[in-house]
Design a protein around this ligand. Structure first.
Ligand SMILES: [Fe+2]
Ligand SMILES: [Fe+2]
Length: 244
């Protein structure tokens, strides 16, 4: 058996233990599998997953931003430590929120283009400037700004190689952001973006209750169940294995 076949067999065995069949979306497996080959639903007589996956912590009926942090965003130390650093540096409160949320694209969803995804998820619920800053931190991360002491991250040399050149769309968006009145807001996310988080520093989400309360418009129906243009993204994070 190849590695992929073994993984698929393990998956079948696992899904047989569940009441419902889980068919992974293409993006879960694209690359491991050739996306030109259709993903088929195992013919096991079971119903398919159409709600919350029992392997995941159950989301509350009207989930809040903090519920997503607790049950879907993984240990969000990087985000909390960045927000705390921003607070310590005297950054305006709504930009502390931007720091707290800047990587929720990665934390809950997907790595590539996470700044754009995160901004889109958040747009209906935060100040326009906060979403803007999150969108453009993506591009600004790749470009130094000596005036605020931001150097090109050493970590990027390690991750991408010394001769890495950002894609043309990142360069274009950087040029655009550079001239924008909110440039410094996105830049402040980069300045307070902590790469090497300190495992000895414990930050509690509750430290940001007031910041979130003042600057995040929590929908009364719960995130995902409201009718905002990005509610479906929150639902996908809540129920990533929903069949349709
Ligand atoms: Fe980021
Ligand atoms: Fe970050």
């Amino acid at each position: 058996m190849s590695m992929l076949e073994r993984a698929e067999a393990a998956e079948r065995a696992m899904s047989e233990e569940l009441d419902r069949t889980i068919v992974k979306s293409v993006i879960y497996v694209s690359g491991d599998r050739d996306p030109r080959v259709p993903l088929t639903r195992p013919d096991n007589g079971k119903l398919v997953m159409m709600g919350q996956d029992p392997r995941l912590p159950r989301m509350l009926e009207r989930p809040t931003l903090f519920d997503f942090f607790k049950y879907r965003f993984g240990p969000a130390n990087h985000l909390m430590q960045s927000a705390r650093l921003a607070q310590k540096n005297g950054v305006a409160e709504k930009l502390v929120l931007a720091c707290l949320l800047h990587d929720i694209g990665i934390a809950g969803f997907i790595r590539g283009d996470h700044g754009y995804w995160g901004a889109q998820m958040l747009e209906p619920y935060v100040d326009e400037e906060v979403a803007w800053a999150i969108r453009y931190h993506q591009a600004l991360r790749f470009f130094a700004d000596e005036s605020v002491g931001y150097a090109y991250p050493k970590m990027y040399v390690k991750l991408f190689g010394a001769d890495y050149q950002p894609d043309p769309y990142i360069q274009r968006d950087y040029q655009y952001a550079r001239e924008h009145k909110w440039y410094m807001s996105a830049r402040l996310i980069c300045v307070n973006d902590l790469y090497a988080f300190d495992p000895t520093v414990q930050v509690q989400l509750e430290e940001f209750t007031d910041v979130v309360g003042r600057h995040f418009r929590q929908p009364k129906e719960g995130l995902g169940w409201d009718a905002s243009p990005s509610a479906h993204m929150w639902r996908t994070i809540m129920m990533p294995t929903k069949y349709l």
